[in-house]
Design a binder for this molecule. Structure first.
Ligand code: NDP
Length: 282
């Protein structure tokens, strides 16, 4: 049989790029699936994003991720958006469909998929702490997954109110904004507590978001978007109070599974991908 030395290409455009471990979990999945595909981690400055996307088109890349600071800026270089990317207003996964590059957002979908390992969000009430890019994606997907009421708690009122308005206007959920002041209590009746700010991200690993832990009840599920470290002080405190938890590493891996499905049509093994990341001892 003739050899085929042409490897299908995927990758990531971001700046900075060196600390992004996605390449490790995606290439572990490709190997496990027996696919000769590659994932190239590329540092792309904002001024070169258009050239990078044109280069990916010219080289026939099958798709790529965009991370900070390109998730919004990339949209003008694409040919269309998936439904949730349109509502969220940001893209992190680009998929080549024929000659078209379509932008999808898997941040929130990955979160919901990982959360479903612990609980079904439909019909529940949620409190989402944060209103940045990750919180927007997570809150929109929770709403599209059938969460009834979402309280957005954020330090800055403008971003918090904007997210609550977006949810009310574009999703079936009822949302309201609550300013984050002091140690914020969890409202009785809340099923899902979602922490989606950057508090606690490496190297600030001991930082705890200002949540009144005494208001956590054992029937609540607590999820944290921080993937490094996966067991955050918040999740540890929640587990000590009997809550079930979902970690940010699960969210990252689930996003990878969805991206690989978009690009290759194949179902990657989440356990293999998670282990590849844990082996890095980040
Ligand atoms: P953004 O910069 O868009 O938003 C940051 C959010 O954190 C804002 O709501 C901001 O509030 C809040 N915040 C920052 N510092 C504090 C503080 N000291 N107290 C209270 N709130 C604070 O970042 P992203 O939304 O893109 O990312 C947030 C986190 O999510 C990051 O840690 C990132 O690593 C993680 N993430 C994880 C993913 C995963 O797969 N596990 C995927 C994507 C992101 P304000 O508006 O008031 O400034």
């Amino acid at each position: 049989m003739a050899h085929d030395f042409l490897q299908p290409l995927t990758g990531s455009f971001a700046m900075p790029a060196a600390e992004n471990p996605t390449v490790v979990m995606i290439e572990a999945a490709y190997r496990q699936l027996g696919l000769p595909w590659r994932y190239l981690n590329c540092e792309v400055a904002p001024a070169h994003l258009g050239d990078a996307v044109r280069g990916a088109r010219a080289m026939g890349w099958r798709g790529f991720n965009c991370s900070i600071p390109h998730k919004v800026a990339v949209i003008e270089h694409l040919d269309g958006l998936g439904e949730s990317a349109r509502i969220i207003g940001a893209v992190n996964t680009i998929v080549r469909r024929g000659e078209r590059l379509i932008g999808e957002n898997t941040d929130g979908l990955g979160f919901v998929q990982a959360l479903r390992e612990v609980t079904e969000p439909a019909g529940q009430d949620a409190m989402v702490f944060g209103a940045g890019g990750a919180a927007r994606a997570v809150a929109v997907e929770l709403a599209l997954a059938g969460v009834r009421r979402i309280t957005v708690v954020n330090r800055g009122a403008e971003r918090g109110q904007a997210l609550a308005d977006l949810l009310n206007a574009r999703t079936p959920a009822q949302a309201r904004f609550a300013p984050w002041q002091g140690r914020h209590p969890i409202e009785p009746g809340t099923g899902l507590v979602v922490h989606a700010t950057s508090v606690g991200l490496y190297p600030d690993v001991d930082a705890m978001p200002a949540i009144d832990l005494d208001t956590l009840q054992p029937d609540m599920v607590v999820a944290d978007g921080i993937h490094n470290p996966p067991l955050t002080p918040l999740l540890r405190a929640a587990q000590a109070r009997g809550c079930r938890t979902a970690d940010g590493l699960g969210m990252l891996v689930a996003q990878g599974v969805i991206g690989i499905r978009h690009w290759t049509g194949r179902e990657a093994d989440a356990a293999v991908m998670r282990q590849a990341l844990l082996d890095l001892a980040l």
